[in-house]
Design a protein around this ligand. Sequence first.
Ligand code: CTP
Ligand SMILES: C[C@](O)(CO)[C@H](O)COP(=O)(O)O
Length: 236
Amino acid sequence: MNYCILLSGGKGKRMGSNTPKQYLEILGHPLIYYSLKAFQESPLIDRIIIVSSPNYENYFKGIIKEYNFDKVYGIAKAGQERYDSVFSGLSMIPNADISDENVCLIHDGARPLVTTDIIENCVADALKYKASVAAVKAKDTIKVANKEGFAIKTPDRASLYQIQTPQSFGLKLVIDAYKKMYEAQETNGVTDDAMVVSKFAGVDSFLTESSYKNIKATTPEDLAIIECFLSKNKTD
Ligand SMILES: Nc1ccn([C@@H]2O[C@H](COP(=O)(O)OP(=O)(O)OP(=O)(O)O)[C@@H](O)[C@H]2O)c(=O)n1
Ligand SMILES: C[C@](O)(CO)[C@H](O)COP(=O)(O)O
């Protein structure tokens, strides 16, 4: 039984819009619709848990019915931070399914360009390596800055990757790691799930090759790029 935790509980401060970015409409649908559809269509995903603010529960109930998104197992309540929302989603999984034979893909609802191929590769690598993160090689030269704003180091680009979602793990592994993080009260600076699994379960994630198109809507200019790729997908 493979799960997807689809995160839709953020406020999108960096986007600066009144509506949280995952509900902004592009080509007739809110962004969140596109990733929900991709997970619904993946033959490797059995159940989807959406994590959202209660204000959007009716929106989800509506599209689940309209588009027959019958893999949606539940809608969990979003937390204050991304990691709280992830744990809220994980907490909905029944004990009987908590085994590393089952994998859980954690996905940002603000990444609408995830594909069934990316999902397939993530599931395969999570089963093979226990932990996988979708990633692309950094294309730009990356500098490390000092506090005064001067570039002081240039890490070797060959070892730098931009990390995306899905982030995929054996179910027991990821749930145990999250529990340990809360027990230790060490949540400072946690921006993704691979960090939690590495620090609290000692398992490093395999970098699963993803696509440069799988971008996250973070700031307003991302929306034009996403619209361009989504419209291309429609005509391909
Ligand atoms: N408390 C939170 C915070 C984030 N997310 C989700 O996690 C994903 C990635 O987070 P990010 O891009 O940081 O979203 P926001 O927190 O909404 O953005 P910002 O940091 O600009 O406020 C998004 O799909 C977002 O909806 C969530 O479910 N619950
Ligand atoms: C998980 C993530 O999408 C990986 O790139 C990211 O860390 C989400 O949060 P951020 O605040 O945009 O870093």
